[in-house]
Design a protein around this ligand. Structure first.
Ligand code: BTN
Length: 254
């Protein structure tokens, strides 16, 4: 992977055959004082984590599983943009290596041909004294190919892979390197948030009818776009326009 890295950022790469979860391992290292720029890549994960306590199926050979350790100086609020930048970086990396053009399903899933091919999980330690972060661990999982036996039942209807067939190891390494390189390029723009324009352009949900859930509340509406703060703009059925900063979106069926 290091062969293909294109960044001036002081990246410290650690590639392992198998870990529980690259996020879990890197979080422990963050607590021990590991520096910003530490990157952990694993061939497989035995306890890969998804958002909302879900599992992230991480078999060997069919995915890229990596985490980056960051120590951003921005406020915790601004740090929401870390995930936004990551989604754009993954799209740029895929496009530069494969020529394919992925989209982003708010807030941080990457889609190709209507299927989710990448998930992002950011975990952070907040410094309550100054409202900033002690560290953030950004975890990225990309489905390169469909695993043998298919995707697990619970995600089968939405999951997809970047390639139809097996993916050469070199291609995987180049992709992982491109994700890291593109992310650190955008990380320098966290304050300006300049990448939000590309995020908007790549929005998979814009124009679609969705069911939006926030806690126990559920709304149905049409997504009209993404705001400069990366909030989801929805025109509800009663005509009201709402901007959501958090929540879960389901595409409306039927
Ligand atoms: C999601 O879509 O729910 C987020 C999935 C995030 C998966 C990646 S794989 C690398 C890193 N380590 C983990 O345990 N999870 C993230």
């Amino acid at each position: 992977v290091s062969r293909w890295l294109e960044t001036d950022f002081p990246v410290q790469l650690d590639v392992r055959r198998e870990v529980t979860s690259t996020n879990t391992v890197l979080k422990a290292e963050a607590e021990q004082g590991a520096p910003e720029g530490a990157v952990l890549i694993a061939e497989s994960q035995t306890a890969g984590k998804g958002r909302l306590g879900r599992r992230f199926h991480s078999p060997v050979g069919t995915g890229i599983y990596l985490s980056l350790l960051l120590r951003p100086s921005c406020t915790a609020e601004r740090s929401l943009f870390i995930t936004t930048a990551a989604a754009v970086a993954v799209c740029q990396a895929i496009e530069s290596v494969t020529g394919l053009s992925p989209q982003i399903k708010w807030v941080n899933d990457v889609y190709l041909n209507g299927k989710k091919i990448c998930g992002i999980l950011t975990e952070a330690s907040i410094d309550f004294e100054n409202g900033g972060l002690n560290w953030a661990v950004l975890g990225i999982g990309i489905n390169i190919a469909e695993p043998e036996g298919g995707f697990p039942e619970e995600i089968r209807s939405i999951a997809g892979a970047l390639f139809d067939g097996p993916c050469p190891v070199e291609m995987r390494s180049r992709l992982a390197a491109a994700v890291v390189s593109r992310f650190f390029a955008l990380y320098g723009e966290l304050e300006s948030g300049s990448f939000i324009e590309e995020y908007k352009r790549r929005s998979f949900l814009t124009g679609r009818t969705v069911t939006f859930s926030l806690g126990n509340d559920e709304y149905r509406g049409v997504v009209t776009g993404i705001s400069d703060e990366a909030h989801l703009l929805v025109r509800l059925e009663n005509g009201e326009e709402r901007a959501f900063s958090a929540g879960e979106v389901q595409l409306h069926k039927g």
